[in-house]
Design a protein. Sequence first.
Length: 355
Amino acid sequence: MERWDAVIVGAGPSGLACGLALVKKGYKTLIVEKETAVGLACKPCAEAITRRFQAHPLFEALPGEGQVSRVAWVQALNGRLLEKTLPLPASSVRTFSKRAWLQALLRDFLEKGGELYEGCTLKGVDRQTSVAYLDNAPQAVRFRYLVGADGFTSRVRRSLGMPFFKGLVWQADVQGEFRTLLLIGAFDEIPFGYAYLFPQNAHAKVGFGFVPLVGRVFWPDVKALQRKLSLAFGASTPPVFRSSAINLCYRGFAFENIFLAGEAAGLALDLTGEGIGPAVISGEAAALAIAGARAEAEDSVKWLVSLKRAQRGLLALQVPLVGLGRRLLRPFGLTAAFLLSRAKDEGLFWRILVG
């Protein structure tokens, strides 16, 4: 049975960020990926990062970056879509090809001495003996440290007996040339969520996310949202949307010699659903903790948690408005997000969303 300094489950943004940081420090590192090729079956993702994360070295050169000329806010009002150009630079949100970016990170990881097992899934973890059991692998592996970077269905998280709290996201690819990045809000049908249109090269990612705060009491009208989003980008018929889940339940990232990162840790942002930036930061935080810099790692994760709390605060502000809004405020499109976007300190609202 081969022994590794670190075994990382998942070759997504958090797993590769953690793996790269560890191999640079000389750790013998294995990444286990369930897909047969990294980036092959990425779940629905806007493939974008907001400006608060853009200074990170891993985001300096982004492949397939979309060309954005302006950022606009769209609001649904009495059946019409009203658009407002925002006082934000076009670079506030950068879009790119996630698959090409992940494959570039993987090449760097392998060139620096890391190893990858593709097409393998984690069957179980024996915490007493520090052994991970894998499907489609020649043998089990022994680890000094285990990092769960395996997303919203994390088996590492399950091995710790931790709960999940899932947001939901629907997304479609739309062909065409787009230059305006749309942040879409104030829809009655989605009181606890967000929508977006992010331009890529020759196509755009259009979608919406939802946090089921009260079970199905405020479940979104998915078909109505798809129709409104198709109006936002001028399509005559709604495109085909794919759905997925996001784990938003953060209960810690360090558990003796086991660490969680990205969505496995529940560190996606609650209102916007942003996950790539938090995944990279938390993946590197796990590497820092393994290397002995626990205080620095905890500071990084605390910053991510503070972002989650700020966005959760915006969600909480919508709760008292929803019941009233169903009867009185709906004709005016007055959700909390819309009110805050028109507030005196408008900059605070956009700083919470994009940094």
